[in-house]
Design a protein around this ligand. Structure first.
Ligand SMILES: [Zn+2]
Length: 320
């Protein structure tokens, strides 16, 4: 089976972690070898914080309109080549804003790049755990402004073990008031308590969430509330959230009836495609082709796409 042939839905994908290495080299004015060594993470990092240091160079080249448009355009091409038919692409706008680059210019440039390729996409704007409340409230307001116009939701990303999810209750209260949908990175570098907090805030999806495997009650809660886990297998090995792929709970969670989607997280930092992630899962676990189609149908149903887009994508995932 060529896993490229499966039409795929990707819900957890960071724009900054997915810039083509050649483009990084060109924009940062370094050799390809240097770009690769600074941005591609080893098979095993110490932890999530160590993994996150690979983003410094990547973020530094996302500093003007032209670069942002090009980076988004190239990612949309890569997604299309990977047979991804719907993607939610995330990034933290406050990391790119400067005296020469406004928040509106950031969003517009990225959307211009994405729209050049015939693929359905939406943006998720990340708040960062290490940022001030003021900066994070600004992200919610920005998402509200562009909601339905290329932006579909917000997220909370960054060093989970250093800044517990519980601390961010007020932000999600505000997002709910503004009718801005959200997903939250939780249960990646921190335990089930982080996932419980995200569910309590009302997140219909959780980024990673794999540490739910440590707690029966959290798993029951995810299942009963129909919360989908955005699973990123290779990334979890690299950040040491899971020791090796054989130990990854993805199949156990799926068998248990918890909704999951399969994602790359960061195509460049992890040096993978979604097709290669499916191949990896096929090699290690008992997923069938029908399972992969079901996972993609679950993903689109839990996506933040419009009803119209959901219908269209579901149709392309029928009859398998
Ligand atoms: Zn992520």
């Amino acid at each position: 089976m060529d896993y490229k042939d499966i039409p795929k839905v990707e819900l957890h994908l960071h724009l900054d972690g997915s810039i083509r290495p050649k483009t990084i080299a060109e924009l940062a004015n370094v050799s390809l070898k240097e770009a690769l060594s600074l941005s591609v993470a080893p098979p095993k990092c110490q932890d999530l914080n160590d993994y996150l240091t690979r983003f410094d160079l990547l973020i530094s080249v996302m500093n003007n309109k032209e670069n942002l448009e090009r980076i988004a355009y190239e990612l949309a091409q890569d997604l299309s080549n990977d047979n991804v038919i719907y993607a939610e692409i995330r990034f933290a706008p406050m990391q790119h804003v400067s005296a020469n680059l406004t928040l509106d210019e950031i969003i517009t440039s990225i959307l211009n790049g994405l729209y050049k390729v015939n693929i359905k996409t939406n943006l998720i704007l990340c708040m960062l755990r290490s940022h001030s409340d003021t900066a994070n409230y600004e992200v919610i307001d920005l998402a509200k402004k562009y909601l339905g116009k290329g932006v579909c939701a917000i997220d909370l990303a960054g060093a989970e073990a250093l800044y517990p999810t519980r601390n961010f209750a007020k932000l999600f209260e505000y997002a709910k008031k503004q009718n801005v949908p959200f997903t939250i990175h939780a249960g990646e570098a921190d335990g089930p308590e982080s996932i419980n907090a995200a569910i309590e805030f009302g997140a219909p999806r959780i980024g990673h969430g794999i540490n739910c495997i440590q707690d029966e009650e959290t798993m029951e809660l995810l299942k009963n509330k129909n919360v989908l886990l955005e699973i990123c297998p290779t990334s979890n090995i690299q950040t040491n959230a899971v020791s090796n792929i054989g130990e990854h709970p993805v199949y156990k969670l799926y068998e248990r009836g918890i909704k999951i989607s399969i994602n790359t997280d960061n195509r460049t930092v992890s040096n993978i495609t979604l097709t290669s992630e499916y191949e990896l899962l096929d090699k290690v676990f008992d997923f069938t082709i029908q399972d992969f189609y079901q996972i993609n149908r679950d993903a689109i149903l839990s996506s933040f796409a419009s009803t119209e887009v959901k219908k269209e994508i579901l149709k392309r995932l029928e009859n398998k």
